[in-house]
Design a protein around this ligand. Structure first.
Ligand code: GSH
Length: 215
């Protein structure tokens, strides 16, 4: 059985768990990180020397980095659905996964920490406005791309949708930020919200993280 270490409220764990959920494989998620601690335990450090979550164990294989976990699960357990056997399509799936990690995610997560995880008294309005604008610019790229397609690649749900789609629940549901008009992005989000694995692993209340800068 697949084992995944990491608290359910961690976005990178959610990303991996969403992929696990899409495969339908039996699995066990073990709470570590955040209020559960355990990241400095020698047995955990031996699996993941970064002392971060998630970590996946599948038989002999121990794997960290949420993007690598999504790619592995897609390629091994969903080669025709989440992944693709067509080199060009696979390259596009990879492109959106890389783009998300390098361009979208840094501004998304900075914004989340500035407006949600930072206690109100310590919030920096100027910095929030600047990061909010940068994040909106990245989401606008998705908005434009989705103008004439249902999903990020090939008009079907693939692993390409997982890293960027994972951020949407917090980006769109966090009340504290300035959101532009994003009809195409919201249509895509509505489609993702229909997926049972999205509901189970992504649409989770994140109130426990409010004002918490300690993990
Ligand atoms: N690049 C890594 C980042 C992992 C990471 O930073 N995980 C965060 C949670 S999203 C973490 O371990 N935080 C410490 C904690 O939860 O205690 C990945 O994508 O897996």
């Amino acid at each position: 059985m697949l084992k995944i270490w990491g608290r359910a409220s961690a976005v990178n764990v959610q990303k991996a768990m969403w992929a696990v959920g899409e495969t339908g494989l039996p699995h066990e998620r073990i709470d570590v990180g955040g209020k559960f601690g355990g990241l400095d335990e020698p047995a955990y450090v031996a699996k993941n020397p970064n002392r971060r979550v998630p970590t996946l164990e599948d038989g002999e294989l121990i794997l960290y980095e949420s993007g690598a976990i999504v790619r592995y699960l897609a390629a091994k357990y969903s080669p025709e659905e989440l992944w693709s056997q067509d080199e060009k399509e696979r390259a596009l799936i990879d492109q959106w996964m890389e783009w998300t990690v390098s361009t979208l995610y840094p501004d998304f997560i900075a914004l989340f920490w500035l407006v949600f995880r930072t206690p109100v008294a310590d919030r920096d309005a100027k910095r929030i406005a600047s990061v909010n604008a940068a994040a909106n610019k990245a989401y606008q790229i998705l908005e434009d791309h989705l103008a004439d397609r249902e999903y990020l690649v090939g008009d079907r749900f693939t692993a390409a949708d997982i890293p960027a789609g994972m951020t949407l629940y917090r980006y769109l549901e966090m009340k504290e930020i300035d959101l532009p008009h994003l009809p195409n992005l919201r249509r895509w989000y509505a489609a993702l919200c229909e997926r049972p694995a999205y509901q189970t692993h992504i649409m989770l209340d994140f109130e426990e993280l409010r004002g918490r800068l300690d993990f």
